[in-house]
Design a protein around this ligand. Structure first.
Ligand code: MSP
Length: 652
């Protein structure tokens, strides 16, 4: 019976564009879906974007757009990236979708009605990067260890979810289901966290502080805390898919979350307790992977080392990257990406490995037979290769099921390596010169091609397009959609006879040093430029809001510059004499020297002066006010008024 499985990725925050870290979890879900379909299961796969919360408001403000406009842009970029690289998701959810908003409000109503939500005053340390309150034990030197920033103290009246109430039930569930959280080290981490009393969870934000969120159905002065909202995407998207179907009953019982270790606590603690309270059955499986580093460093825009899926695809092919990522990362452990390592693995496993085995054998078949020759009785040497192929196939399912797929990829590599040795030993190129050895030649080349076919079936979840091309080339027409059993498809000996074989295309051309350095330099330069541009474009965030009364305290006046000259001994200062309609002009020092190399040009200009600023004694004299200037990137321009205005005119 086909199992029903529901794979989910985290829904990604829309404060950053997709990078190799997001790609990993998303491609992992895609690979697991393809494996399970191949193995005969029925799979649903959902990904999406997480669009509410303070983090998004902050970036949108910097860009001068509304949070929704900002979210639309980045969410579209995620979707576009996944579409361009053929991620086979079944649905894409956004937390701003009406279907999701309704679901969240329904759950909140239910949990509220059951008495699991109460109102209270709270003081806590909030990390905007994590979008959650951190406990003192989580802080390192007073900072969030993940974001290296000090959390802000927040004191507010809010709604709380009785998370602590479910602590024992959660511990019991983890203990009774030893594989519920995999790998074991993360299960242990969660259990050890649960040794201390579990605090209740603050699940609201007052609209006076944050408006961007889902309104609480029982209090319109509050919005829902972003994690309480986001986690519910998993059932909300199934209950109403974007095509309007309800697939909850079909797939929820097979729910398998895929996440990285950064969001373990929210998924292993907040989420199951929320489900318990809402009366929704718990998810079936939580699989947690490690973090990708770039070399020794964390990926970051400012380091200019962020790897973007689409740029990588254009340079080296996304499927080759998938191969590298899935083979290199042992499930649960951190791993490091470098271009050099990628190229080394690609050249040895794909160009020299599978690619070469295929090219060698298919080349000789094309030259000597023009089609795949008929099956010949096997000798011990081919039987040994066949036995190895069977061994690899036998371990394949269990490796994938336990998420040790890296082991399966290594097994396929080892099979290719052994077959290569076998071919070298058999020397078919010598057989080809001897007419009497045609039968032997056919047997040996068939064996080589058979292994390529088996390898392409087994690697098809990892490199779907490339493997489909290889299978088509070898005349394997059976679909990989579960309608033919995996064991039949990947059985050694199933290669068809008589398929015409042309000279093989170069499925995996070698990447040489020169091409590597050219492309990596280009990509690095692009990343650097993007990082610099992003840093330069940084727009000053809006500060704490003020009232009209606060503003009324500032008295602005039109001033006319009557004298202007550089202060010799000061790097930045210009001395201005400004007529603000008083008896005498005022002396004002302005830090705009580098932008006004000929200050006398300012004479006669109307400027805006803060007239009631307390005079300040400076090294060069008294400064009696301040002249306003517009600043941004490298610019600094004195602010003026449009049209006719006279010194001393008020500005309000
Ligand atoms: N919005 C929350 C998740 C809500 S799920 C209900 C969030 N978003 S995120 O954009 O920060 O994505 C975090 C996830 O992105 C990680 O759990 C992982 O899946 C992926 N990765 C981001 N950077 C990564 C690495 N450097 N390495 C591996 N995966 C990483 O948290």
């Amino acid at each position: 019976m086909a199992r029903k499985i529901y794979f989910t990725t985290p829904i990604y925050y829309v404060n950053a564009e997709p990078h190799i870290g997001h790609l990993y979890t998303t491609a992992l879900a895609d690979m697991l879906k393809r494996y399970h379909v191949l193995a005969g299961d029925d799979v649903w796969f959902q990904t999406g974007t997480d669009e509410h919360g303070e983090k998004i408001v902050q970036v949108a403000q910097k860009q001068g757009v509304t949070p929704k406009q900002f979210a639309d842009g980045i969410s579209g970029k995620f979707r576009d990236a996944w579409d361009k690289i053929d991620i086979a998701y079944d649905d894409f959810i956004r937390t701003t979708d009406a279907r999701h908003v309704k679901y969240v409000q329904d759950v909140l109503d239910k949990v509220h009605a059951s008495g699991d939500i109460y109102f209270d005053e709270y003081t806590g340390k909030y990390c905007v990067g994590c979008e959650r309150y951190l406990t003192d034990t989580e802080l390192v030197d007073g900072k969030c260890p993940d974001h290296q920033t000090a959390p802000k103290e927040v004191k507010e009246a809010n709604y709380f979810f009785k998370m602590g109430k479910y602590q024992q039930q959660l511990i019991a569930h983890i203990e009774e289901n030893p594989h519920w959280i995999r790998p074991e080290r993360f299960r242990n981490e969660v259990l050890s966290f649960l040794k201390s009393p579990l605090e209740d969870l603050c699940i609201s934000r007052p609209k006076t502080r944050l408006e961007w969120g889902i309104e609480l159905p029982f209090d319109d002065k509050y919005v829902t805390y972003v994690w309480f909202d986001a986690l519910l995407n998993y059932p909300s998207g199934l209950t109403e898919t974007s095509r309007g179907e309800n697939r909850f009953d079909q797939y929820w019982s097979g729910c398998n979350h895929l996440i990285a270790k950064d969001i373990l606590k929210t998924h292993a603690i907040y989420w199951p307790t929320m489900l318990m309270s809402a009366g929704i059955p718990l998810f079936k499986q939580l699989d947690v992977h490690g973090y990708w580093m770039v070399g020794e460093s964390k990926m970051s825009k400012s380091l200019g080392n962020v790897i973007r899926p689409l740029s990588f695809d254009a340079a080296f092919g996304i499927e080759n990257l998938r191969y590298f990522l899935f083979k290199e990362m042992k499930f649960g452990a951190d791993s490091s990406f470098t271009y050099d390592l990628f190229v080394e693995r690609y050249n040895s496993d794909l160009a020299n490995g599978l690619g070469n085995l295929l090219a060698r054998n298919a080349g000789l078949v094309a030259k000597n037979f023009g089609a795949i020759p008929a099956h010949q009785p096997l000798t011990d040497a081919e039987n040994a290769v066949a036995a190895k192929a069977k061994e690899v196939l036998d371990a394949y399912r269990s490796n994938f099921e336990s998420r040790q797929f890296a082991k399966s990829i290594e097994d396929v590599c080892a099979l290719i390596g052994e077959t290569d040795k076998y071919i070298t030993l058999m020397e078919p190129w010598k057989m080809a010169k001897d007419e009497s050895k045609k039968g032997d030649l056919a047997r040996v080349l068939r064996c080589g091609l058979e292994v390529c076919r088996v390898a392409a079936v087994l690697l098809s979840p990892v490199m779907p397009k490339k493997c489909a091309e290889i299978l088509e080339y070898l005349g394997e027409k059976r679909p990989l959609d579960g309608s033919v059993a995996l064991e039949e498809l990947a059985a050694f000996g199933a290669l068809a006879d008589g398929i015409e074989i042309d000279k093989p295309p170069r499925f995996f051309p070698r990447i040489d040093e020169a091409a590597l350095s050219q492309i990596t330099e280009q990509m690095m330069a692009e990343a650097d430029a993007a990082a610099k541009a992003a840093a330069q474009r940084e727009i000053e965030p809006i500060k704490e809001q003020i009232t009209i009364d606060d503003f009324a305290k500032v008295q602005l006046k039109v001033g006319r510059v009557v004298e202007a000259y550089p202060v010799e001994k000061a790097q930045k200062l210009i001395r201005l004499m400004v007529d603000v309609g008083e008896e005498n002009p005022r002396q004002i020092f302005a830090g705009i020297k580098s932008h006004y190399p000929r200050p006398e040009k300012l004479i006669g200009q109307n400027v805006i002066v803060v007239a009631n600023l307390k005079p300040r004694e400076m090294k060069f004299g008294l400064s009696e006010g301040m002249v306003l200037a517009a600043s941004g990137d490298d610019r600094l321009v004195a602010a003026t008024v449009l049209g006719a205005a006279e010194p001393g005119d008020g500005i309000s």
